[in-house]
Design a protein around this ligand. Structure first.
Ligand code: UGA
Length: 445
């Protein structure tokens, strides 16, 4: 049992605190946002994450997990302090480190015993050294401490599972004893532990996210070519993915990536490269391909409904940036709804869990109606777009939907339906990259 402090109870902080408590440690999690802590004290989760509420409750009841707004209470008995505060994008795409700075300064001012301070937030390469400098400068008297980078690799929607079953733990520090202590903390997770220096650990996180984003943009570029040549990208991805060197994950083509991580991290890595006078051409292509996916939804709708979308009603099924979360940060649904409204269309939308968040970020109710069921969305629509591949959209009563639409047009942004079955049911169906040799005649073939 170790004493652990966690600063910041966003996705990463709350999951980290909860899972370390579940492993038998004593954890105090703090946040300066009183409303978040108030909710947690009442057992209300500030985010939607499958299974989280139950595990939080179990550990609070067992006295292993506590929530507070007090820095002093949090680090009073701690040996390990995890910094898990947000690092949003700044004006030029660089990560905004104001919350990391505030956390480091406060820890420095109040610490009264040696600490191992662990950066879990995704921070630009060099931030660990910067945090160490801040702490040294703000300590009223010198007290021993070490900074270790331990980037997180959690996916929203499966964060608990990812925490408990990591592919690897990455630790960055030149202080081998500190790295070893943090490694001990992770031993129950039974994953390979990579120990390296601070900057390399920080880079591993950016390079991993950028690589996954690259895989997505790559398959999306292939999807465009498939569509033009009459090949089916889903089968292409399946065929490619069986090669162990390629792997089958992150080859789902569609409207591209969103969320609080890939868009921000690829942009931040790009920014770091430019600052060092590098030319990150691949990262630029990854970002531009990803943005163009959202515009392609509108292009497909224009292709099917005519250039003028004024007066047309378009339904969006799924609003969160991916299934199993209510997170709408950089969600494709927001961009797509904005483009549709700009083109004069009326938008309807539904999401199984993100409705409260959607009310705040989608166009106003006069232009975008949020509905209670997927069937209500589809009623009277000229076309329906699948934006998020929630399971509940996979087995809808499609004939009921078809009967209720003004025109039976489906643009499947996540390729969840079988094009042949959809056509057989009488839909005009467009996936992404789902070329179909029957549609295409190539010269000489
Ligand atoms: C991502 C990484 O997967 C985590 O390892 C990392 O810890 C996290 O960012 C982070 O930096 O905190 P997350 O953003 O929660 O996790 O979600 P992903 O499952 O990676 O999906 C990201 C986006 O890519 C989603 O919009 C998803 O729809 C899209 N995606 C994913 C595709 O378009 N195609 C795919 O094949 C896979």
């Amino acid at each position: 049992m170790k004493d652990i402090a966690v600063i910041g109870v966003g996705y990463v902080g709350l999951v980290t605190a909860t899972c370390f408590a579940d492993l038998g440690n004593h954890v105090i999690a703090m946040d300066v946002a009183e409303d978040k802590i108030d909710k947690l004290l009442q057992g209300i989760m500030p985010i939607y994450e499958p299974g989280l509420a139950e595990v939080v409750k179990r550990n609070v009841d067992a006295g292993r997990l506590h929530f507070t707004t007090s820095y002093t209470d949090t680090i009073k008995n701690a040996r390990f302090v995890f910094i898990c505060v947000g690092t949003p994008s700044g004006v030029d795409g660089e990560a905004d480190l104001q919350y990391v700075r505030q956390a480091a300064e406060t820890i420095a001012r109040i610490m009264d015993h040696p600490l191992i301070i662990i950066n879990k937030s995704t921070v630009p390469v060099g931030t660990g050294d910067w945090v160490a400098d801040i702490i040294r400068k703000h300590q009223p008297r010198p007290i021993d401490f070490s900074v270790v980078s331990c980037p997180e690799f959690l996916r929203e929607g499966s964060a608990l599972q990812d925490f408990m079953n990591p592919d690897r733990t990455v630790l960055g520090s030149l202080d081998h004893e500190a790295a070893d202590e943090v490694a001990q903390l992770h031993l129950p997770l039974r994953a390979p532990i990579v120990v390296t220096d601070l900057r390399t650990a920080e880079m591993i996180k950016y390079a991993s996210n950028a690589f996954l984003a690259t895989k997505i943009s790559f398959i999306n570029e292939i999807a465009n070519i498939c569509e033009a040549l009459g090949a089916d990208v889903k089968e292409v991805a399946a065929g490619m993915g069986l090669d162990k060197r390629i792997g089958k994950m992150f080859l789902d083509s569609g409207i591209g990536y969103g969320g609080s991580c890939f868009p921000k991290d690829v942009l931040a890595l790009h920014h770091m490269a430019i600052e060092q006078e590098q030319q990150p051409q691949l990262l630029e292509a990854v970002m531009s391909i990803n943005l163009s996916r959202r515009h392609q939804v509108i292009a497909k709708l224009r292709d099917l409904l005519g250039d003028d979308l004024r007066g047309k009603t378009i339904g969006l099924l799924g609003l969160a940036f991916k299934p199993n979360t209510d997170d709408m940060r950089d969600a494709p649904a927001i961009t797509i709804a904005g483009l549709l409204v700009e083109a004069g269309a009326t938008v309807k939308g539904y999401d199984p869990v993100a409705m409260d968040v959607a009310r705040q970020v989608m166009p106003p109710a006069t232009l975008c109606t949020l509905c209670k069921t997927p069937y209500e969305v589809c009623e009277g629509c000229d076309a329906v777009v699948i934006v998020t591949e929630w399971n509940e959209f996979k087995q809808l009563d499609m004939l009921r939907i078809k009967a209720s639409m003004r025109q039976p047009i489906i643009v499947d942004g996540r390729n969840i339906y079988d094009p042949v079955m959809m056509r057989e049911m009488g839909f005009v169906y467009r996936g992404f990259g789902r070329g179909y040799s029957g549609d295409i005649h190539l010269d000489g073939v």
